[in-house]
Design a protein around this ligand. Sequence first.
Ligand code: ADP
Ligand code: MG
Length: 696
Amino acid sequence: MAGRPEILFALFAGLDTLPGIGARTAQRLGGLDIATPRDLLFTLPHSGIDRSRRATIREVTPPCVVTVEVAVRRHLPAASKGRPHRVQVSDAEVDFELVFFHARGAWLQEQLPTGHRRLVSGRLELFDGVAQMVHPDHILPPEEAGDLPGFEPVYPLTEGVTQRVMHKAAAAALARAPDLAEWIDPALMAREGWPCWRAALKAGHAPEDMAALSPDAPARRRLAYDELFAHQLAMALARAAQRRQRGRAVRGTGALQRKVLDALDFTLTAAQERTIAEISADMAAGTRMSRLLQGDVGAGKTLVALMALLIAVESGGQGALMAPTGLLARQHYDSLAPLADAAGVRLDLLTGEDKGAARAAKLEALASGAMQILVGTHSLFQRDVTFADLRLAIVDEQHRFGVAQRMELGAKGAAADVLVMTATPIPRSLALAQYGDMDVSQLDEKPPGRRPIRTALVSAARLEEVVAHLRDALAAGRQAYWVCPLVEESESVDLTSAETRFRHLRAALGEGVVDLVHGQMPAAQKDAAMARFDAGETGVLVATTVIEVGVNVPNATIMVIERAESFGLAQLHQLRGRVGRGTAESTCLLLYAPPLSESARRRLQILRETEDGFRIAEEDLAIRGAGDLMGTAQSGLPRFRVADLERQTGLMALAQSDARALLASDPRLASERGAAARVLFWLMERDKAIRLLRVG
Ligand code: ADP
Ligand code: MG
């Protein structure tokens, strides 16, 4: 299919081709991200107003919206400037007033001619015992009363765009919606009781009551499903394209893994066993692995990564592990090197600090195959690095990357399998949205024997007590992180507060004891400060949020977070995860500036209740919403117009399994349903995905 199907042309025409929509309105609609009639179709009313007819206002209790037919009795024009123009009316039983400010009397006479009947609808209120309707929303002659629906949809608005304009525009767009062939599995449609696409749009724009506006209403669920299905089908196509690239069957002997396991003084958790088995099976298959390993901080991902790397080595090839920063690469290296030693495997570290001859020697060992596992930063893949036979690339993610970036990564490593690790638990519906092209392994169990972290909320007024507590802990040989407030999404502002706190703590606790790290330091300086803390040379590390990811200093048992209420839940969870890594009891102090808002209290309370990252992520989603949680812009997560990822959580999984099933039975989307799905791609502006279809 070369281009957009003709049946959709009218929906992608300019907005000003709609009757009654001029160039200016068309431009203003841009404020709602509406550029085409298609966008209007998917901009549904978010609420509604009950305009059911009453015989008399006596039936209702003000303040409330009421719709009633009245006889116009008398106009009382404004007595002076600034006073309202009032119109006395009576319904079947009661007299009341319509009130207008700044209105022209002549116009009002035209709208409400004395002695005539009118249907009026608006908000009725009581002033000094007199029922008044100020600026009715609607005034209609009785013969036009049918134009006003009993339940009036309310659309989102933007500067210069009124409800009236939205109604007109939506109706015009709806008139253009064609009948489209069905892309949803008929069995699913029947089971869910979903209407066809066009009927769902009509119902979505013409809700009959509040229930029809709910995310559970069949029409809304269907339209949401269309978006999710298009997204998942695009992801499934990417996955299929990736799997079609010839992979290689990489099978280990288990010999090296055995040696490492024997060298450990613990055994694998059941979750580690399971994920290692999932990864082995992928690697042994002839297709390329594209798998996400999701695990909370401290769940033991590093060991799983090593086991996977050893499979590559056992099979006679090489493996690479890439971390987001030099510091984290070094930490991975430090924890893996002794285990690799135990197995007699050659593992090395390559960072930006390797220069000249040392770097050349490492690269040569890599190119010859003598070096079996390489640990480094993400830039490994962009540089002049050549592997003799790379079979597995593991990416430890800091910021999640989008589908496109992952595909690029895959392209570099010839037929290498790809495993992405992330320490940020995300709710299942979002994981499916973002990683729908991958298979997901969850490390959802922590190694036994971890001591719970004591988490307390402390008012900032008690800061000096916290400092005194810190002094005692330092004397007892403990170490602490002190994280400074997230003032804005700006490192420089955060930095000011971190520097101030750094000076304050240095004065209180002693010169050489306190150190500072922040994101604006050169990497080498940052690494040096971290290394001093790691070696126990400093006792308190004041930091902006740069320590959030991956850092591991088991002797650090205290985490102080200032202005904890300004951080997101997931971030607080990540920060807290920096302690509780050793055998000693750990504490996390959440300092806050009272008074706490209700939602801030709720967030901090959740942290006190649980250390389960997955539960925290679900709560975060419920509190903040998906866009905020994922940072839509950089996450690669599309913006859905109808689908509600917080409240329609089950639909995403359904869309994924349905999309994968469709592709399994119809890989070229050549069937009738497949052809309909292609139209859906165009409709949902996912047409790039069509390029991924197998040619020929
Ligand atoms: P993650 O990378 O998932 O945050 P790590 O891999 O750094 O976690 O593991 C955290 C700590 O737990 C490490 O010190 C590691 O040696 C230890 N560990 C890993 N697996 C187990 C296990 N099965 N039993 C006990 N300790 C484990
Ligand atoms: Mg780790």
